[in-house]
Design a protein around this ligand. Structure first.
Ligand SMILES: [Zn+2]
Length: 308
């Protein structure tokens, strides 16, 4: 019998969120932490990941996510169920469509494996409880948003707006945060970013932050409570800036910038910085999602003020 170390040790030093969840667990965690359940949960998670792949592909194109059944994006041949088994089929088909031999990107099985891992993580930390299911749904939504934002630079309202409602409603389930904290999370999370987005746009005349990010942080606040909002913002800003600097270094926008600045003086810096920012604009959604996952699973690190 496998015993999850996290669940067999008391979690009293954890954040109030974790404490509230462990106090309301329906089953003792050690009793559910066995391998058949882990395998089942991973499989269910991977199947949901397969559905997320469909959503990542079809939601931005405004296509139905239910019909038609899965098709090869290259030759439009319908994909039989036995060629659509998460992880297995991609390996079995050696990453090629059975009909046209077009290669199937490794991202498909990667999303499936990642979703399975998120399901395992939620079970491991929160047990087979309503709160565990809520946490998995939340992290699957973050994964979906991350890939759509990476591909298309926008966050679909079809995910974030229902996410706010589900997050608020789930606060009434046992083991979740207080409904008032969830409601404040929506108002503060959405309010802070809305002010930043609105102010930045007025100040510079450039849309620096999409309002999709505003709705995403409101959704994160609904699931994690207002207390997590600062932690999510700090993690997202730090990791987002680091990624931005790394991109500028890698793409080498520096030489042109220096020449323009030398000729025109410091006045040229602002427009250049703006243009460089627009060219290397990286989506903020994935970093907000990362911040949310860290606030959820590492509250002691990301929210030290909540401990004790
Ligand atoms: Zn094909």
């Amino acid at each position: 019998m496998f015993q999850a170390p996290h669940l067999t040790t008391p979690v009293t030093q954890d954040s109030p969120l974790t404490q509230a969840i462990s106090a309301h667990m329906l089953l003792p965690a050690a009793a559910v932490a066995d391998w058949p359940l882990f395998a089942l949960v991973f499989t269910v998670g991977a199947c949901i990941g397969s559905f997320l792949n469909v959503c990542i592909y079809r939601l931005p194109a405004d296509e139905s996510i239910v019909r038609p059944a899965s098709r090869c994006p290259h030759c439009a041949a319908p994909i039989a169920w036995y060629d659509n088994v998460p992880l297995v089929s991609w390996t079995w088909l050696r990453a090629r469509c059975r009909a046209c031999r077009a290669s199937i990107p490794a991202r498909y099985p990667l999303v499936e494996a990642a979703t399975g891992a998120l399901a395992l993580l939620a079970l491991w930390r929160f047990g087979a409880t309503p709160a565990g299911a809520v946490v998995f749904a939340f992290s699957a939504a973050l994964l979906l948003i991350t890939f759509i934002d990476l591909d298309h630079r926008f966050i679909p309202d079809e995910v974030s707006l229902p996410g706010i409602v589900v997050g608020l409603a789930s606060a009434f389930l046992p083991g979740r945060i207080a409904p008032a904290d969830a409601l404040l999370g929506v108002l503060i999370g959405g309010g802070v970013l809305w002010t930043v987005a609105w102010g930045y746009e007025r100040w510079t005349g450039v849309e620096g932050m999409g309002y999709g990010d505003v709705k995403l942080l409101a959704m994160i606040g609904a699931f994690l409570g207002w207390q997590a909002v600062p932690a999510v913002l700090v993690v997202a800003s730090l990791t987002g800036s680091l990624a931005g600097i790394a991109l500028i270094v890698v793409r080498g926008g520096g030489r042109d910038g220096r020449r323009v600045a030398r000729r025109l003086g410091p006045r040229a810096l602002l427009p250049f910085a703006r243009r460089a920012a627009r060219r290397t604009a990286i989506p903020f959604g994935p970093f907000l999602a990362l911040g949310a996952m860290l606030a959820l699973y590492l509250p002691d690190v990301t929210m030290p003020w909540r401990v004790g």
